[in-house]
Design a binder for this molecule. Structure first.
Ligand code: GDP
Ligand code: MG
Length: 166
């Protein structure tokens, strides 16, 4: 199995930390290799079960200044070209406007979307359940997986479930 994966989420949810956790040093080596004119390969992870090719997706989170429609469309097109979208959120912050902006963009995406709830090392299990409910009542996700990118919790499990979609 092999496939392309986009990781999206508002700033500071832990996307870079996650990439470093799963790819490590290789991120820097791979980051300049263009996949197409639009998309850049951010890193490649090869495991026994699958090969995971992570794609950089600029322009999907809420811009500070209004982005051209082209940029937004371009990001949405990228999401429709990958095999799997990881929508990462912050368990400690919970649902917010930045998340809703991204979920609105995800409406035009037909690929499977995982809700990846990061920073579970920072929240009480009861609060985690509340956060899960905040998101899953707003959108259907193929899978909902809590992790800690920083501590490495549940990362292996996430990779295993991802493999089923590649
Ligand atoms: P990005 O903007 O989505 O790429 O987020 P970063 O990876 O730069 O992370 C933003 C901040 O969150 C940094 O200070 C990270 O150390 C912290 N962070 C990321 N993942 C975790 C996690 O699983 N647990 C905790 N406690 N902090 C995290
Ligand atoms: Mg980052």
């Amino acid at each position: 199995r092999s496939g392309f994966i986009a990781i999206i989420g508002r700033p500071n949810v832990g996307k870079s930390t996650f990439m470093n956790q799963v790819i490590g040093q290789k991120v820097a080596i791979m980051s300049d290799k263009p996949q197409t004119t639009r998309n850049k390969i951010q890193g490649v992870l090869t495991k026994e079960k699958a090969q995971y090719v992570f794609i950089d997706t600029p322009g999907i989170h809420k811009p500070k200044h209004k982005l051209g429609d082209f940029m937004v469309k371009s990001a949405e097109n990228t999401l429709n070209e990958v095999d799997l979208v990881l929508f990462m959120v912050d368990a400690d912050q919970g649902y917010g406007a930045g998340d809703q902006y991204i979920m609105d963009r995800l409406k035009s995406v037909s690929q499977p979307v995982f809700l990846v709830i990061n920073k579970i090392d920072q929240v009480h299990p009861d609060d985690l359940l509340t956060v899960i409910d905040q998101y899953r009542t707003k959108m259907n996700f193929s899978e909902i997986i809590p992790i800690s990118a920083k501590e490495g919790h549940n990362i292996e499990r996430l990779l295993e479930v991802m493999a089923d979609y590649l």
